[in-house]
Ligand binder design. Structure first.
Ligand code: HEC
Length: 109
């Protein structure tokens, strides 16, 4: 009985220690970065269809690493969308964010 309590409180403490460590590290990392990075925007709005590496192709999305569109075309595709690709202009909020995501996508090639 006593042993059982020891084991469970040990497990509880270990878990607690792990998760609080993880949280502290992540917060530190975030706070030193610029408010919203292109990578964060991409993961928030694009990765569901394009995947974290651009290759997923869910919902008929194109492989971004194989795309041959010019920068201006990529930018307008992101702003206006096409077929299964929804327009992202409103979601991204500003021209600065659109340009940042465009450059992020171009670097995937
Ligand atoms: C709901 C799913 C979906 C989301 C979310 C999405 N896309 Fe797409 N995307 C597509 C589809 C589908 C296509 C193919 C459109 C077509 O040409 O028929 C596409 C095409 C593209 C293309 C053109 C590739 C080429 O060579 O033709 C780019 C660039 C692109 N997406 C970037 C983005 C970016 C950046 C985001 C986030 C801001 C995003 N997409 C979010 C579905 C999505």
């Amino acid at each position: 009985m006593v042993l059982k309590i020891c084991i469970s409180s040990f497990l509880f403490l270990t878990c607690f220690a792990c998760s609080s460590n993880g949280t502290i590290q992540r917060t530190d990392g975030d706070e030193t970065e610029t408010p919203v990075s292109a990578k964060e925007l991409y993961f928030e709005y694009c990765s569901a269809c394009h995947g974290s590496d651009g290759k997923l192709g869910a919902a008929g999305a194109k492989d971004l690493t194989k795309s041959t569109l010019l920068k201006a075309e990529v930018e307008s595709r992101i702003e206006k969308g096409k077929n299964g690709m929804p327009p992202m202009k409103e979601l991204l909020g500003s021209k600065k964010n659109i340009t940042a995501v465009t450059e992020y996508v171009l670097r995937m090639r």
